[in-house]
Design a protein around this ligand. Structure first.
Ligand code: PHE
Length: 470
């Protein structure tokens, strides 16, 4: 029996949910450390270019495809042509892989809420070692991951409107307030201008082919693109909502949050004379060290910061869980509750592999690949699957779907106008595929893990051959 498809209750609710998906660890955890490692302003400039030309174009295409077909990732492709099923399946696979490490970091953030006020900040010199010891322990980080996954399950099991939309409507405005307070305080510190200069004055000497690949991967990751997430969210849109402005608002909000996270971190970082290029430990080591030097306000700001990080992560991970759940409901006719629990459990198994790969298995790498599970899930999705998934979506919408149908969907069958349609269509059909292709080639020439890239491409090939029945 077909049950009626769930829908968003209000336009505000949808925007909060989609922005909630986009704004996440990608903005607050990854964007700052990538910026720090890639020389600051120059990276941001390249990133912004990708966001506006490629990201917003693909975002609008994902919303359109989702609403037009009223189907989640796999069904959207499949309902048009079975030859495209694999592109949807690739999205579901990406959702599993991202959820194989993302909740681990979500669990760290949750743990750090408590640690902020239980003595972590009392010895600034020990913060780095404490982080290393925490994430490499076998059990403790896993328990926090389980807790974080339970929050996800609790929200997604309640459904689209009562679960995801409701949570996002409360949590996203809270997130803005929390981050603004941390950023505001950082800006008042003496020496903060140095951090602003680092963020906004580009220095191109650190830019390589890999910088472009990182910026492109980050653009897709941060906007939740290239894996069917925005297709799925778009499929819950009522027929009268305006797609172009929604895509614009969500893109703008995601960018705003990335910059805001940078402003919350770098001015304070430079004010205390610390190093920007420390990698993934940036928000868990350097940020607490900054707070530790602030006196009594430190633990309070630290608590606020990690609550913000956890919230941001949560509203994103629910969207990743929803991609798989929606697939199982649409294509396999599963009950929501069964889909949520089964999917959540599989994701927890993957998370355990990822978490252990940072601890007791840290010396072991996947044979031939040279990386452990955490890095494998992360690099494979961020540097291969998302950009290629975005490329497929652009080619699918640009070449497989009819231009008139897209136009009709985008203008709500003539109810509204979309003056930029031709520009958008040109970007989608030609610029996006070509740009992704060029960046991929540059990236491949300058890549740190060639075997991993090739593994990713082989997996995509296998999906193309064998996923027609899914
Ligand atoms: N956009 C999220 C973030 O920035 C991550 C994400 C990627 C969510 C892909 C959904 C799909 O953290």
């Amino acid at each position: 029996m077909e049950t009626k498809r769930e829908h968003w209750g209000t336009r505000f609710g949808f925007i909060m949910a989609a922005a909630g998906s986009a704004v996440g660890l990608g903005n607050i955890w990854r964007f700052p450390y990538l910026t720090g490692a890639n020389g600051g302003g120059a990276f941001i400039l390249i990133y912004l270019g990708f966001i506006f030309l490629i990201g917003s174009t693909v975002m609008l295409a994902e919303f359109t495809v989702g609403r037009m077909t009223q189907k989640a990732a796999v069904g959207a492709y499949k309902s048009v042509s079975r030859n495209w099923t694999f592109a949807g399946v690739m999205g579901v696979l990406s959702a599993f892989l991202i959820m194989g490490f993302y909740p681990v970091v979500g669990g760290w953030a949750t743990a750090y809420i408590l640690k902020s006020v239980t003595g972590l900040l009392s010895d600034s010199a020990a913060i780095g070692d404490a982080f290393g010891a925490f994430i490499s322990a076998p059990i403790q980080p896993l328990l926090w991951t389980v807790l974080f996954m339970l929050f996800n399950i609790f929200i997604v099991i309640r459904g689209v409107g009562k679960g995801i939309e409701m949570a996002s409507k409360v949590l996203m405005p809270l997130l803005i307030i929390l981050l603004l307070s941390v950023a505001g305080y950082g800006l008042t510190l003496p020496g903060a201008q140095e951090g602003i200069r680092f963020l906004f004055v580009p220095d191109f000497s650190a830019v390589t082919g890999n910088t472009f690949l990182s910026a492109l991967g980050q653009a897709f990751f941060s906007l939740s693109l290239g894996m069917g997430c925005m297709v799925t969210y778009g499929s819950y849109l009522p027929k009268d909502s305006k797609l172009p402005s929604s895509a614009g608002v969500v893109t703008a909000m995601d960018t705003f949050f990335a910059i805001l996270a940078g402003v919350a971190i770098f001015p304070a970082l430079f004010a205390f004379g610390m190093e920007p290029a420390v990698g993934p430990g940036l928000v868990f080591v350097v940020v607490p060290q900054i707070f530790a030097r602030m006196g009594f306000i430190g633990p309070v700001l630290s608590l606020v910061f990690f609550v913000a990080l956890m919230i941001a992560a949560l509203t994103s991970s629910v969207s990743l869980l929803e991609v798989v759940v929606a697939y199982l409901m649409d294509e396999k006719k599963w009950q929501r509750s069964k889909a949520v629990i089964a999917t959540g459990l599989v994701m927890l198994v993957l998370c355990s592999l990822a978490s252990l790969s940072l601890g007791i298995w840290s010396g072991w790498t996947i044979p031939g690949l040279g990386v452990g599970f955490f890095d494998f899930f992360d690099i494979l999705t961020d540097k291969v699957f998302l950009a290629i998934g975005g490329l497929f979506l652009a080619v699918f919408a640009g070449f497989q779907l009819k231009k008139e149908d897209l136009y009709r969907e985008l203008t709500n069958h003539g109810e509204t106008t979309f003056p930029l349609f031709d520009a958008w269509y040109f970007l989608l059909k030609f610029i996006v595929p070509v740009a992704i292709g060029i960046v991929a080639i540059f990236g491949l020439l300058d890549i740190e893990q060639p075997v991993l890239m090739i593994t990713g491409l082989v997996i995509i090939g296998l999906l193309a051959l064998f996923s027609k029945k899914l």
